[in-house]
Design a protein around this ligand. Structure first.
Ligand code: RVP
Length: 501
């Protein structure tokens, strides 16, 4: 006979935290959000510890190289999406590892034969007014000059005027050789009153720009995630089909941590993948697994050697797995049960395996609830898709800016490996949708706001660290009526901020 669990499973929105005693030390500045990303033995430290409990989803619309750099700066880790060729994914990882803070690869390039009309169109597309003129018009070409908005006048000049006629040529340009430090570059910008300093390689090709306007951003970010060579830490998604080729390429490219990306992780496919990695790399390659939603799933992946375990089936904002296949579990209930299993596993073996709550975070306080319920960090898709740094298109709809956001199980992403159960190499039916999310600005300003809310709630609960919150939190289920009471009610709102969640 089937096993029945007659207790309903719950989502985060059905819970609230009850404040605990807050001493006068309980101030947001004293709160640490440090949290382990990978497993560790009692008394030891994890190989990777994050400064904030947030990682970005392994999705085409979320985790590209720009977002990875911005999130690592803010103290979290991105997992570059695996639903692309091995070469493309490895190149994205390599570009995050090669990123030098303050040295920006040029995204606006023209050749000397192009016209003022081309420059104007490019500026409209990128929003950037400094355009590099390279021999072949590519980012890798020889630098021959630059064009800024001071070099041309749209109202007075023929749109067909050649770039070579109005650019500032290399011999009149102030530039620096690759190898210069950021401090030295900033000094040059300051001394020579420049807005942008081109950095040129030994063979004359363009390397990057250092911009005056980025100066404030160059100041140290105290929580940024750096490896021992001071490069940004980055993760990457893998699947259970082509791991024998994909894993070596990603390791070679410098990925610090991998994660098996699958909608359902309680499977022999994950076991085989983890075994292969351990066989070839021992414990040197860190790899998360999932997703699971109960004790059995957790114990299985823990025994298979996962470095962290992801929880969640069907709770993602773009996910229709529950509708199409009838599998899943309320995210809060799943996190609570899996974290209990994690604690028992720790008691029994002395090995602590971090748990990641993946999907279904709608409000910032859901992150705090997930942590209080035992999660060590959360994975977010919709949240990060809204920011400037996500790879998707920003478009204007009905007078407001939105960004595109689509599920890995949608026809648009066609990530069949994520849903693979053997058999044909294709997506047989959709488990995700294509959608828009409200545009919300830069990652930094939003993550700062979110983490300050988390810290403030933790203070209300008398907790200065995530382990303290996990140990001492008091959590209550709420009735449907009190959920209504939780928002503004019985008033006519003057305006509603749609980008806030
Ligand atoms: P959310 O943050 O609620 O947008 O959820 C993101 C999560 O949803 C991902 O990390 C992944 O686990 C899941 N996902 C991604 N694509 C799909 C789908 O197409 N069904 N689901």
């Amino acid at each position: 006979m089937a096993i029945y669990i007659n207790e309903p499973s719950h989502t985060f929105n059905e819970y609230l935290l009850i404040p605990g005693y807050s001493s006068k030390e309980c101030m947001p500045v004293n709160v640490s959000l440090k949290t382990p990303l990978t497993k560790f033995k009692k008394g030891e430290k994890p190989a990777i510890e994050m400064s904030i409990p947030m990682v970005s989803a392994i999705m085409q619309a979320v985790s590209g190289e720009k977002l990875a750099v911005a999130l690592a700066k803010a103290g979290g880790v991105s997992f570059i999406y695996g639903s692309q060729t091995i070469e493309e994914e490895a190149a994205m990882v390599a570009s995050v590892k090669a990123y030098k803070s303050g040295f920006v690869p040029s995204d606006s390039n023209v050749s000397p034969d192009m016209t003022m009309a081309d420059v104007v169109a490019l500026k409209e597309r990128t929003g950037h007014s400094t355009v590099a003129v390279t021999s072949d018009g590519t980012v890798n070409g020889k630098l021959v000059g630059i064009v800024t908005s001071r070099d041309y006048r749209v109202s007075r000049m023929d749109p067909a005027t050649k770039v070579s006629e109005f650019m500032t040529p290399l011999d009149k340009l102030i530039y620096a050789k690759n190898g210069i430090t950021l401090g030295e570059a900033n000094d040059m910008i300051w001394d020579k009153k420049l807005n942008a300093l081109p950095i040129v390689n030994a063979d004359g090709t363009l390397n990057s720009f250092v911009f005056r306007k980025d100066y404030a951003d160059h100041k140290e970010n105290p929580g940024e995630m750096l490896d021992e060579k001071k490069r940004y830490i980055v993760g990457a998604g893998i699947n259970t089909r082509d791991y024998a080729e994909r894993v070596p390429a990603l390791v070679e490219a410098g990925a610090d941590v991998l994660c098996i990306d699958s909608s359902e992780g309680f499977s022999e496919w994950q076991k085989l993948t983890l075994e292969w990695i351990r066989q070839h790399y021992g414990d040197t390659v860190k790899v998360g697994a999932g997703n699971v939603v109960d004790r059995e799933g957790f114990n299985f992946l823990a025994d298979c050697g996962a470095d962290f375990i992801k929880v969640g089936i069907g709770g993602g904002s773009i996910c229709i797995t529950r509708e199409t296949k009838g599998i899943g579990r309320g995210q809060a209930t799943a996190v609570i049960e899996v974290c209990k299993a994690r604690d028992e596993y720790y008691e029994k073996t002395g090995v602590y395996i971090p748990v990641c709550s993946d999907g279904g975070i709608v409000y910032d306080h859901h992150i705090t609830l997930a942590l209080a319920m035992g999660a060590d960090f959360v994975m977010l898709g919709r949240y990060f898709a809204r920011f400037d740094e996500s790879p998707s298109e920003k478009v204007m709809i009905g007078g407001t800016y939105v960004k595109e956001y689509w599920g890995e199980g949608s026809n648009r992403a066609r990530n069949w490996q994520r849903y693979d159960l053997g058999g044909a190499k294709k997506l047989s039916f959709e488990e995700g949708v294509d959608s828009y999310v409200p545009y919300a600005g830069t990652l930094k300003e939003n993550v700062d706001k979110t983490t300050s809310k988390i810290k403030s709630t933790m203070c209300n609960c008398g907790a200065l660290t995530i382990p303290e919150l996990q140990k001492n939190a008091k959590i209550t289920l709420v009735s449907a009526t009190s959920i209504v009471e939780g928002g503004a009610h019985d008033v006519i709102r003057k305006e509603k901020n749609t980008t806030d969640k």
